[in-house]
Design a protein around this ligand. Sequence first.
Ligand code: IGP
Length: 259
Amino acid sequence: MTLQKQLEDVLATGDKAFVPYIMAGDGGLETLKPTILKLQQIGVSAIEVGIPFTDPVADGPTIELAGERALAHGVSLKKVLAELQSFAQEIHIPLVVMTYLNPILAYGIEAFAEDAKRGGVQGLIVPDMPYEESALLHDALKVNGIALVQLVSLMSPPERIKKLAAASEGFVYAVTVNGITGERASFAAELAGHFANLKAASNIPVLAGFGISTTEHVKSFGDIADGVIVGSKIVTALVEQDWATIEALVQATKKTAAI
Ligand SMILES: O=P(O)(O)OC[C@@H](O)[C@@H](O)c1c[nH]c2ccccc12
């Protein structure tokens, strides 16, 4: 089943999608399997698996530091995909790899796409690759059934928003704030209108990400989007092994939580 279809199945139940971002190998590569399986068990819709990188231009301090820790453990794109392959049979939710472009080019585009598929990867986010360059990856991803998710800044001109929404695969990653990743206290008042436009321009799920860190945020984005992506808050909670916080965020996307 495709990434898009699996998310649509979640939405068909009346729940919203919850997609945690994790930094692969924060705490060592051996943490990857237990973390993914536990997130799956508590009912997340998909998992965004971040690959550590030396020059993470879009990342705020929390994710940047997690990346430095993972790099210090010797974690690389190759090792992450090999590790995912070792337990791919146990993964029943879609994995979306988040990596900058350079590690993919160093790996070799075709080899990367094949190995990713074998590891259960169904989607890819490449934050430093403009949509205009995406033809570079397109064929290899298509052959291996991997959706290329576009990041859409809600502050972009309407024509650009429409173009990216139409081009995105799997889901549309709607970036809720200007700037880098990291928790935010509040969001711009005009977001509801931006999301209405974006949803009108897209016929795949639209997920909100950047800055979302509380159950209140999750619930209010659930009202205007199809679900949320939570990064920095999850990365911090995993370091602290604070599963209660993670479970509360997941619960906030459930239909029963909205009543
Ligand atoms: O950390 P936040 O503010 O919750 O945002 C999600 C984000 O971390 C995750 O999706 C992500 C991590 N690194 C990125 C780089 C670009 C776009 C998105 C990301």
